[in-house]
Design a protein around this ligand. Structure first.
Ligand code: ZN
Length: 74
């Protein structure tokens, strides 16, 4: 019985070919050995990738100070 020795421990992954896609920055896929999100660094070299957040939160609204109050009649 042959044992596959994945190189995941050395941050060299093998993508699932059917899941390779271009996300606007790089090619991404899922490692077929460890199941992690991987990113193509160069031809034939896939590294672990961090999930990108969708660009729908450009500002952190929680740090906005109190809204200005119109107290001209004070
Ligand atoms: Zn892997």
């Amino acid at each position: 019985m042959r044992i596959e020795l994945p190189l995941c421990l050395f941050n060299r992954h093998q993508p699932v070919r059917d899941q390779v896609h271009w996300d606007g920055w790089s090619y991404r896929s899922t490692c077929r050995f460890c199941g992690k999100l991987v990113e193509r660094e160069s031809k034939g070299l896939w590294r672990k990738a961090e999930p990108r957040l969708p660009p729908d939160t450009p500002f952190d609204h929680s740090v906005v100070s109190d809204p200005p109050t119109d107290r001209s009649s004070d």
